[in-house]
Design a protein around this ligand. Structure first.
Ligand code: KG4
Ligand code: ZN
Length: 351
């Protein structure tokens, strides 16, 4: 197989199936040519969260047509593809296996190289699709359903994890608080809608988050428990309470600490560019707070569009492009992994 890793604008097919979204996208250099997603979120909402078996079955049903649509909408042929990049971890094992197996057979059948992508590095790489001239160094706030961390990227190929959550991820806290408030999955957008019914003021006392004392670490389990206890106590006493007030109070506590620590990290690392990624980065309040704080300091903020914050395959292709240029290809013995270190990059022979 002839691979030109110096090709100016390689065409990368990205495939993502780590959770409840079956996604495929095609990029040419950093330009998105197509971006397809089939989500099982509506079905999952009936069960109050993601049921792994339902996710795997839906991926199996959808993957072939989602990939086919992505290639057709990109206006390319199979032959034009330079590499197939697929999420190999972290995520739900059965769900990941669908994408990995499909990508392996697809790459093998077409005689194209395969690239193994760490889902979290994919979220980081989404920023390169918005700001195509973006160059490290920068600091990233990564906040999804599975992770909450602040990372420092000195160059495209590596990042330093400055801190992360000691317990729940912020998105997980959103999902659990939503359930207590009787809102359906996914919690984040539904909590935002609920807050819009009130005045958005944080009037319900919430526990102090790990601010200065916790370095760059976070803890969300205490905040989640405080909301649960508040609602249960009110229910037991037969007292009415405003869901919008509780949701707004939770959101301010959950988000303010993220923004504050991201700004501290940028100052400490001496960078003037801040990026964000992961599903919670689609949150309107977080986006506004980041914009305000970056503007005050004269920092450049690179915020992917909302659809590129939540799970998608364009970000997987974007990270695939970085690995392509490094010549970091995977073998057909690539396996899915439910859990991998936050910033792991699979090297050939590691799988
Ligand atoms: O990145 P993502 O799509 O999947 C993971 O890799 O986890 O993130 C999903 C998480 C869910 O917990 C969801 O509730 C949260 O992101 N989320 C939001 C918003 N949209 C999605 N949280 C707050 N506000 C939102 N608008
Ligand atoms: Zn994700």
């Amino acid at each position: 197989m002839q691979i030109d890793i110096h090709k100016e604008n390689p065409i990368i097919l990205g495939i993502e199936t780590s959770c409840d979204e079956t996604a495929a996208a095609v990029i040419c250099g950093r330009k998105i040519l197509s971006d397809e997603i089939a989500s099982s979120a509506k079905t999952q909402a009936l069960f109050g969260g993601v049921v792994p078996e339902i996710a795997s079955r839906m991926h199996t049903d959808e993957i072939a047509s989602v990939v086919d649509n992505a290639i057709k909408k990109a206006g390319i042929t199979y032959e034009d593809i330079d590499a197939v990049a697929v999420t190999y971890g972290a995520g739900l094992l059965g769900a990941l296996l669908v994408g990995v197996s499909f990508a392996k057979s697809f790459a093998y059948a077409l005689g194209k190289p395969l690239i193994a992508v760490n889902h979290i590095r994919g979220h980081l790489a989404a920023a390169y699709l918005v700001a195509t001239e973006l160059k490290p160094p920068f600091v990233t706030l990564l906040c999804s359903g599975g992770h909450t961390a602040i990372l420092y990227t000195p160059d495209e190929t590596r990042e330093e994890v400055l801190g992360g959550t000691l317990d729940d991820a912020v998105g997980e806290a959103y999902d659990k608080v939503a359930r207590v408030l009787g809102l359906s999955y996914p919690g984040g957008p539904n909590i935002e809608r609920c807050i819009a019914e009130g005045d958005g003021k944080p009037v319900v006392p919430m526990p102090k988050m790990l601010k200065g004392g916790g370095g760059y670490d976070f803890s969300y389990s205490g905040l989640k428990t405080a909301v649960i206890n508040y609602c249960h106590a009110k229910q037991q006493k037969g007292e009415a309470y405003s869901k919008a007030d509780v949701a707004a109070s939770f959101q301010c506590a959950a988000i303010d600490v993220l923004v504050e620590k991201t700004m501290t990290a940028a100052a400490e690392k001496g960078v003037t560019t801040v990026t964000a990624g992961g599903g919670v980065a689609a949150n309107g309040y977080l986006r506004r707070r980041l914009q305000e704080e970056c503007a005050k300091r004269g920092y450049t903020l690179v915020l992917p569009e909302k659809r590129y914050c939540t799970d998608n395959a364009a970000m997987i292709a974007s990270e695939g492009l970085i690995q392509y240029r490094l010549g970091n290809f995977a073998g057909l013995d690539l396996n899915a992994k439910a859990s991998i270190p936050l910033s792991a990059t699979l090297k050939k022979g590691d799988c």
